[in-house]
Design a protein around this ligand. Structure first.
Ligand code: ASP
Length: 291
């Protein structure tokens, strides 16, 4: 047994509607946190836990990522995802990837099997094909089309990104983010989610994953800003994340983020109506909530 704490955080997107019942999402996130706790306790690497958790979030169809993604203005699904490994700062990402079931798996492959950080569009798809990643044979059958549910509004569908952070027994942090982007986006539009420093970050001290109005998160460099406020500014995690979200607000954006330090401090702030989120704290406490 070591003194190194383990911890884990998930988000399932900002912008939920007060009128909806999110009990399925809350239960799902809690189950993923419990599964992650078992693995982290058994010595699993943060990077593996982050990827596997996001694969499950994508596959569930409960969030606006993976199977639950919403289409662009042409009716096509272009997905973004990113992954970052804290100790090495290796990163991998895909943007506007069409035709593949798990964007986070593609992001990991970019990190591990190319000299690059970010592959986009046709190049990303060609790479996914070359790696033999699972293709979507029939998009009409694959995607859950939650956006057609009359109970869902464009506002809600606009922000359903998923993210996961983990801190493992070796003290390593990892971060990942995956999204369908914003509902009705222009073809080729890429948000903050696949951009290290904007929608994702992990170094040896801090890990961050964001959700919300992606353009403003890019313009405020939210994920890097949080990490650098802590690293160079000596700010607490709570103060750093509040300040970064205040910059998003000043740009007329809303959303939220999850952030975790290598000491096991974690926060889940948002300035939207709510944020699907769940956490395992170092003392073993588990929280899963939307509002
Ligand atoms: N940040 C994402 C994007 O702009 C959207 C979201 O968080 O739901 O693509």
């Amino acid at each position: 047994m070591t003194d190194q704490p383990i911890a884990m955080v998930i988000h399932g997107g900002a912008g939920p509607l007060k009128s909806r019942d999110y009990s399925r999402e809350v239960d799902h996130m809690r189950a993923l946190i419990e599964a992650g706790r078992e693995r982290l306790n058994a010595g699993a690497a943060a990077l593996d836990v982050v990827v596997d958790t996001i694969v499950a979030l994508e596959a569930s169809g409960l969030y606006v990522a993976g199977r639950g993604a919403s289409p662009n203005s042409d009716g096509l699904y272009e997905l973004d995802a990113s992954l970052m490994d804290g100790p090495t700062r290796r990163a991998g990402a895909v943007a506007a990837l069409a035709g593949y079931a798990s964007p986070i798996t593609a992001a990991r492959a970019v990190m591990e099997h190319t000299p690059h950080v970010l592959l986009a569009g046709n190049g990303a798809a060609a790479f996914a094909a070359a790696r033999g990643l699972e293709a979507i044979a029939d998009p009409a059958a694959w995607f859950t089309h939650a956006w057609r549910d009359p109970g869902k509004t464009a506002a809600e569908l606009a922000t359903g990104t998923v993210g996961c952070l983990a801190l493992d027994r070796s003290g390593a942090l990892a971060a990942g983010t995956s999204t369908g982007g914003v509902f009705g986006k222009m073809p080729g539009r890429v948000g903050d989610s696949p951009i290290p420093g904007a929608g994702v970050w992990a170094d040896d001290a801090v890990a961050v994953s964001c959700t919300g109005a992606g353009e403003m998160f890019i313009r405020a460099a939210v994920a890097a800003q949080v990490a650098f406020r802590v690293r160079f500014g000596g700010e607490t995690l709570a103060r750093a994340t509040d300040a970064a979200l205040a910059e998003v607000k000043a740009l007329n954006g809303d959303g939220g983020l999850i952030a975790l330090t290598a000491r096991g401090e974690l926060v889940m702030p948002y300035n939207s109506a709510g944020m699907k989120r769940a956490a395992l704290y170092p003392d073993g406490r588990i929280v899963s909530a939307v509002f």
